[in-house]
Design a protein around this ligand. Structure first.
Ligand code: ATP
Ligand code: MG
Length: 364
């Protein structure tokens, strides 16, 4: 178990592709940090640099007090599960897992037990004689994980290890990985572009965008207190639209929307603003489940008029698409479905000012 520190990491490919741009973070001993972000944002590059497969142009990697930036991969005691899980097709499950021990020169008589232990930890003990082509995708993934665990690493690096699994197995496997990391006291860095996976598996999430670190914090912090519109919209489904900022006073932001068909102005209050100033256009973000719908206006509530375009039934909620006065559409998940609604009906959308996020031009 060891703390991992990434300091001001910059990785440039071919002298021009800045894959990672001045990224810093710390993973405490025994914690799981997830690198989260869209395709191409630099997740795998950071992981490979920590493993020692890339030398950075700037910055340092520290394991505890040890600077490992220029150390070869085999001297780092990390284990990596690669993005496209590679288990060798010509070797049995047993041989695949044993291989890492051979490289580490673990005496042959100790290997069998260690392999069995690693297979047991991913519940694959009955499969040691199988060849990879006789396993399902999920089973191959578990063998890849066992192969990483068998060398008893200090640091486990996992690059989208569950991407080939079906939805149900993924949810189970996330739990299993989290349990394993905690049980074996590993420090882990996990890569995914799936926000639900990141929220459920991590102690800390680092959100990346085109090589930049946009926010780092606990899953709850990232979900509830996004620093910018990118993080707010990347985590979870979110509606985004623009409103003019009429005033900012004592943390209350008064937002205004012009009507597409009349001179009418529609107002909403936001009590969650980042970098918002009077006279600017704010990017407003609100999640589908944070809005409530009613058929009539209530002047004491923070409401805006809208017209229903479509309704889909999802059991626990209805998914309503409605047009705002400026004709932009928003998606609402309505959980309280007592009052029936129909297409083309005029409604009022109510949103708690604390849950209406507004971002200024510097916080997009
Ligand atoms: N060996 C390389 N040579 C040149 N460019 C590279 C190399 N490896 C990665 N890149 C570029 O660096 C950027 C970051 O790539 P990276 O693989 O880290 O993204 P990622 O976040 O892991 O994406 P994905 O979710 O698709 O796996 C991309 O623009 C990619 O094209
Ligand atoms: Mg990748």
């Amino acid at each position: 178990m060891v703390e991992v520190k990434v300091e001001n990491l910059t990785k440039i490919f071919d002298g021009e592709v800045v894959a990672v741009n001045d990224v810093s973070f710390t993973v405490e001993e025994g914690e799981i940090l997830t690198l989260l972000g869209p395709s191409g944002c630099g997740k795998s590059t950071i992981l490979r640099t920590i493993a020692g497969f890339n030398i950075p142009e700037k910055g340092r990697i520290l394991f505890g007090d040890r600077d490992v930036t220029y150390l070869p991969p085999q001297d780092r005691n990390t284990a990596m599960c690669f993005q496209n899980y590679a288990i060798w097709p010509h070797m049995s499950v047993f041989k695949n897992i044993e291989f890492g021990l051979q490289i580490k020169r673990v005496p042959i008589e100790e290997r069998e037990n260690l392999v069995k232990e690693a297979l047991g930890s991913v519940r694959m003990e009955d499969y040691e004689k199988r060849m990879p082509n006789e396993l399902s995708g999920g089973q191959q993934q578990r063998v890849a994980l066992a192969r990483a665990l068998v060398v008893n690493p200090d640091i486990l690096l996992l690059d989208e290890p569950l991407s080939n699994l079906d939805a149900k197995l993924r949810v189970e496997s996330r739990r299993k990985i989290r349990e394993l990391v905690k049980e074996l006291n590993l420090t882990a860095i996990y890569v995914t572009h799936d926000q639900a996976e990141a929220l459920s598996i991590s102690d800390i999430i680092a959100v990346l965008d085109r090589g930049f670190l946009r926010q780092i914090g606990s899953p709850r912090n990232i979900w509830e207190n996004p620093e910018n519109a990118f993080v707010a919209t990347f985590i979870g489904e979110a509606n985004t639209f623009n409103m003019n900022v009429s005033s900012v006073q004592n943390g209350e932001i008064l937002l205004e929307m012009k009507d597409a068909r009349s001179d009418e102005r529609h107002m909403l209050t936001s009590k969650y603003g980042k970098g918002v100033n009077t006279g600017q256009i704010a990017t407003v973000v609100v999640r589908p489940e944070m809005m409530e719908v009613s058929g009539s206006q209530n002047s004491s509530l923070n409401q805006i008029k809208a017209k229903i375009r479509s309704i889909m039934y999802f059991g626990t909620f209805e998914r309503i698409v409605a047009a705002l006065p400026d004709k932009n559409e928003v998606v609402i998940h309505r959980f309280d479905q007592k009052i029936p609604l129909k297409r083309n009906q005029e409604i009022f959308i109510h949103v708690d000012p604390e849950l209406l996020y507004s971002f200024g031009p510097e916080n997009l």
